[in-house]
Design a protein around this ligand. Structure first.
Ligand code: AVJ
Length: 321
């Protein structure tokens, strides 16, 4: 709990043991894979912020511009005095635009990255003294109880899930996630979710293969984090960033590719890599408006509005529970 910061802080300790177990399990599979949620240690969160400013990475600036253009419309649909719950709060730039238009009774930020979460919650609490702010450090992929916030009677619960983070889930997992979200908002609740759209594969490819190599550094930081926290000995020079758009699946896949036959030790266990073998580190699924609305309906939401930018790069959906 940071000293005098005017917000409630709840630490559900989502990291340590889970990280170790998930890494050992992920590297032991015949097709090695690691969950993308572990990108976001302090260094990874910084690198992600740098990605958001890259010329090739259109989602963040496009969604922010959409919030600036459309937050008033969104607020009209969401209504005043709601309990606003954000998954994966990050830097909170889009959230600020929404909070200013919406005037919620309270704001609950849920994020796995402790440092980014505390920064965001403390900034928002300072900026909006009339909004009660709570922060929960947790893995929002697991069911969790919301903190009790004294002295408010919100009209409805609204989940805000910007950034197309939902794209990290394979479709069946996205459906599960939406079902959990539906249960959390309860009847009369709503969800506002940012979803990256299908588009020209070249544009997508460039967004995940930037010229400055920031995305590569973000991907490789996962190995550096394993070295730091799990006593690993990955040689970062012996792996490379590899990202491509799979048109049939409608998703970007990110991998780390071994540049030689090698053995790596993590937490006292040895793992063999063949030259060219990869660790699958992330999926970033892209949806058409219709595909996403169909998914939302399967999770018992009623998709009732969708905003897009002028170039049709990005979408924000309003779903009623
Ligand atoms: C935060 C999951 C939305 O998939 O575009 C950016 C993460 N990975 N560049 C995305 C990411 C590589 C990002 N999400």
């Amino acid at each position: 709990m940071p000293g005098r910061a005017p917000f409630q802080f709840h630490d559900l300790h989502p990291d340590t043991e889970n990280f170790r177990d998930d890494v050992l399990k992920g590297l032991a599979q015949p097709r090695k894979a690691l969950p993308p949620k572990y990108f976001y240690d302090a260094r990874g969160s910084e690198l992600f912020e740098a990605i958001c400013d890259l010329p090739e990475y259109y989602p963040t600036r496009t969604e922010l511009a959409m919030m600036q253009a459309d937050a008033r419309d969104m607020a009209r649909l969401l209504g005043p005095d709601c309990l606003l719950i954000e998954y994966g709060a990050g830097s909170g730039r889009k959230t600020r635009v929404l909070i200013e238009a919406l005037a919620p009774a309270a704001y609950v930020a849920i994020d796995i990255s402790r440092t980014a979460l505390q920064q965001c919650a403390s900034d928002l609490a300072a900026a909006y003294p009339r909004v009660k702010v709570a922060a929960v450090c947790a893995d929002y992929l697991r069911p969790l109880d919301l903190p009790v916030i004294q002295g408010i009677t919100p009209r409805r619960r609204v989940i805000y899930f910007p950034g197309s983070t939902i794209g990290n889930f394979a479709r069946p997992d996205a459906l599960d996630f939406l079902r959990h979200a539906h249960a959390l908002t309860g009847a009369g609740g709503a969800m506002l979710v940012g979803v990256d759209l299908k588009k020209d594969p070249a544009r997508l490819h460039a967004a995940y293969n930037d010229a400055q190599g920031v995305t590569a550094a973000f991907n490789l930081n996962l190995l550096a984090r394993i070295n730091r926290e799990l006593d690993g000995d990955f040689n970062l020079a012996a792996f490379e960033h590899y990202a491509f758009y799979d048109v049939a699946e409608g998703r970007i896949e990110m991998h780390l590719r071994s540049l030689r036959d090698q053995a790596v030790n993590v937490a006292g266990r040895a793992f063999a890599f063949r030259n060219g073998e990869t660790i699958h580190t992330e999926n970033s699924c892209k949806y058409s408006v219709e595909e996403f609305q169909q998914l939302a309906r399967e999770a018992a939401f009623t998709p009732s509005h969708c905003w897009r930018d002028g170039e049709r790069l990005f979408s924000v959906h309003y779903l009623m529970a």
